[in-house]
Design a binder for this molecule. Structure first.
Ligand code: DUR
Length: 309
């Protein structure tokens, strides 16, 4: 059915299908998406997910449930959303909620975690024959030289050397992949952010590191093998290179989505200004409000795209 649908040129003209880059996948008789507790034989993926147009991913499962509930309300779906269930309830690795054409999924912290999730998510979208999908990562980050609570829309995802690349260790070799994101999407999101003058939004480079502490030059980890001066020098060089925030997932997110034909955007709120400190001292209620900012922007953008506002 997969193949007959794709050969139907009349109905599929101009559609951009989610694709995989693995010749072995179509030879498999069954594909088990282990970390989602879903599979091609146990679940009818085209029926469950075929209409997905927007995917929103973020680190925490509570936040992604909150985003799904928000979308549920914004899209005017029936009920209060309390009956909305975790599609990945069979596993506690990730959570997943669907409201109409919007899928909300958690990815945990760091490159290895989001990478495992993205492999299975993209296979899911492929098996479900999804087309014209846009994916967003909404997250938290540490800001550099900008007011805490600012929202950064990523134009370029860079590594710890400020380079727009993702180095993937594949067995015993290193493969470098580009981390290009959709420029137009970033601009469109920025335009949308003008609806929210109560928080600053900017476009900038986002740096992805493999660690929250030493990897980001913090002085408050269990290990710290450098001086305060070295740390500040590094962060200032990052700023000069155009980096406005630091997180732990954007490069692999951009690299994988780009290769599979999915338009991708990254929107993160900054919890602190790293030039001022390392500890997140902001009160809990303020942090909760900060974390809603990327959600608000993306929910509004999706509604606009669906012609609902
Ligand atoms: N994060 C950082 N650095 C910060 C704040 C947030 O990496 O200073 C992101 C990435 C990771 C999680 O997923 O949030 C760690 O708290």
């Amino acid at each position: 059915s997969n193949k007959s649908m794709k050969s139907d040129r009349n109905t599929n003209v101009g559609k951009k299908f989610v694709h995989v880059q693995n010749p072995y996948l179509d030879l498999m008789d069954e594909d088990i998406l282990y970390h989602f507790a879903l599979g091609t034989k146990t679940h009818n993926l085209p029926v469950m997910f075929g209409d997905v147009k927007f995917v929103c991913v973020g680190g925490s499962s509570n936040r992604m449930k909150a985003f799904a509930l928000r979308m549920h309300k914004e899209l005017g779906c029936e009920g209060d959303g309390e009956e909305m269930k975790d599609i990945c309830a069979g596993t506690d690795r990730f959570c997943m909620y669907k409201t109409g054409p919007v899928l909300s999924i958690s990815h945990g912290m760091g490159v290895p975690s989001i990478s495992v999730m993205l492999h299975e998510l993209i296979k899911l979208l492929y098996h479900a024959q999804c087309c014209d999908v846009t994916i967003f990562r909404i997250g938290t980050s540490g800001g550099i030289g900008i007011e805490p609570g600012s929202v950064v829309i990523t134009d370029t995802a860079v590594d710890s050397f400020f380079k727009p690349r993702f180095e993937q260790v594949i067995m015993d070799s290193i493969v470098t992949r580009s981390t290009e994101l959709d420029r137009d999407l970033a601009e469109e999101l920025f335009t949308c952010s003008k609806d929210f003058p109560h928080f600053p939004t900017l476009i900038g480079h986002t740096m992805c590191t493999d660690d929250f502490y030493e990897g980001q030059g913090r002085l408050d980890g269990a290990l710290c093998s450098y001086s305060r001066e070295k740390k500040l020098d590094y962060l200032k060089r990052a700023y000069k290179a155009g980096v406005r925030n630091i997180e732990m997932e954007c490069t692999v997110f951009a690299a994988i989505c780009g290769r599979c034909g999915i338009k991708a955007g990254v929107v993160c709120v900054t919890l602190l200004n790293r030039l001022e400190g390392d500890q997140i001292t902001t009160p809990h209620d303020v942090l909760v409000e900060y974390q809603q900012r990327p959600q608000l922007l993306i929910a509004t953008f999706i509604k606009q795209q669906l012609g609902l506002c």
